[in-house]
Design a protein around this ligand. Structure first.
Ligand code: HEC
Length: 275
C-alpha cells in the first residue's frame, strides 16, 4: 500500500498549527456569543441600578412564555394602548403568540379602523381585520404630546429594543412609582417621581394597578404580574425572531464543536509521523 507523503511538510512552523487550533476555538466562542444575542446585553444606563429579573427569554437558550405574552397583550390592549401606539404590528402578527386565526379575527374585530367620513362629515369606522396595523391613539405626535403634559408617549412596537436598559428597566419603571422623591427634588404638576426614569421624573401617570385587567387564564392580576406580562409581550413584539435565533445559535455551536473535534483528529493523523 502506498502511504501518502506527510502534508503539510515539516517547514510549517508549530506556531502556525497552534494558530489554527486557536482559530477553531475562537470561532466556537464567537458562535456561542452570537447565540446569546442582544436580549441579554446589559445596557447599564442610569445611576439607579435596575433590580435584575429572571426572564424566560434571556440567556442563549431563552424562550418566550406564550401564556405570559398573551396576558401581556391583554395589559397592552386594556391599559397602554390608551396612550401608546404599536403601529409596526398587524393584528395578524398577534397570531405568533400562539393564537388561532379565529382568535386573531375576533381580537381584530373588536377594534375599529377609521375609513374617512360620511356625506354629513361624520367620521366612519369599520371593524379591523388581520391585515390592519394596531393604531396609535393619537393622530400625530404633537397631538399626543398636547394630551400628555408635553411628553409624547413613544410607540411601543420596538420600545424594548431602543429603551435604554431594555426589559428589566421597563419593569423597574412600571413598578417604581409611589416612592417619596429625595429631599430637595421639585416634581412639577403632571410629572411623577420614579427613580428609574431619566432625571427621576416622568410624565406617564402610574399605568398599572392591582386588578387593572382581568386575565382570561385566571392568573391573579397583581401589579407585579401585569408588569412582568406586559414587558414579556413588548419584548416578544420587538424581537419576534429571538427563539429562532437562539435555536440557530445552538446549532452553529454544535456544528463548530464537531468541526473542532474532526479538525483535531485530522491534524493528529496528518502529523502522526512527523517528529
Ligand atoms: C395615560 C397615558 C399613558 C398610559 C396609559 C401609558 N403610558 Fe407609558 N408613557 C406615557 C407618556 C406621556 C410617556 C412619555 C413620558 C416622558 O417622556 O416623560 C410614556 C412613556 C413610557 C415609557 C418610556 C419611559 C421613558 O423613560 O422614556 C415606557 C417604557 C412606557 N411608557 C411604558 C408603558 C406601558 C408598558 C404602559 C401600559 C402598562 C404604559 N406605558 C401606559 C403615557 C402613558
Amino acid at each position: 500500500m502506498i502511504r501518502a507523503a506527510p502534508f503539510p511538510p515539516r517547514i510549517v512552523p508549530r506556531a502556525m498549527r497552534r494558530a489554527a487550533i486557536c482559530l477553531s476555538l475562537l470561532s466556537v466562542a464567537a458562535g456561542a456569543a452570537g447565540a446569546i444575542g442582544p436580549a441579554s446585553q446589559a445596557h447599564a444606563q442610569s445611576a439607579n441600578p435596575v433590580p435584575s429579573h429572571a426572564w424566560s427569554f434571556s440567556g442563549p437558550l431563552g424562550t418566550f412564555d406564550m401564556a405570559a405574552v398573551q396576558r401581556g397583550y391583554a395589559v397592552y390592549d386594556h391599559v397602554c394602548s390608551a396612550c401608546h401606539g404599536m403601529t409596526a404590528l398587524t393584528y395578524g402578527d398577534l397570531g405568533g403568540m400562539g393564537l388561532t386565526e379565529e382568535q386573531v379575527a375576533r381580537i381584530a374585530h373588536a377594534h375599529r379602523m377609521p375609513t374617512g367620513g360620511d356625506a354629513a362629515g361624520k367620521p366612519v369606522t369599520r371593524p379591523a381585520t388581520a391585515d390592519d396595523h394596531l393604531r396609535s391613539p393619537y393622530a400625530t405626535p404633537a397631538l399626543a404630546a398636547a394630551a400628555n403634559h408635553g411628553a409624547h408617549p413613544p410607540d411601543q412596537s420596538r420600545l424594548e429594543v431602543v429603551y435604554p436598559g431594555g426589559a428589566s428597566r421597563m419593569r423597574a419603571l412600571l413598578l417604581g412609582y409611589g416612592q417619596a422623591p429625595p429631599a430637595g427634588m421639585q416634581v412639577p404638576a403632571g410629572s411623577f417621581y420614579n427613580p428609574y426614569a431619566a432625571n427621576g421624573m416622568i410624565a406617564m401617570p402610574p399605568p398599572l394597578h392591582d386588578g387593572g385587567v382581568t386575565y382570561a387564564d385566571g392568573t391573579a392580576p397583581t401589579t407585579a404580574q401585569q408588569a412582568d406580562d406586559v414587558v414579556t409581550f413588548l419584548t416578544w413584539a420587538a424581537r419576534p425572531h429571538l427563539e429562532e435565533r437562539h435555536r440557530t445559535g445552538v446549532r452553529v455551536v454544535v456544528f463548530l464543536l464537531v468541526l473542532l473535534v474532526l479538525t483535531f483528529c485530522l491534524k493528529r493523523r496528518i502529523w502522526s509521523d512527523v517528529h
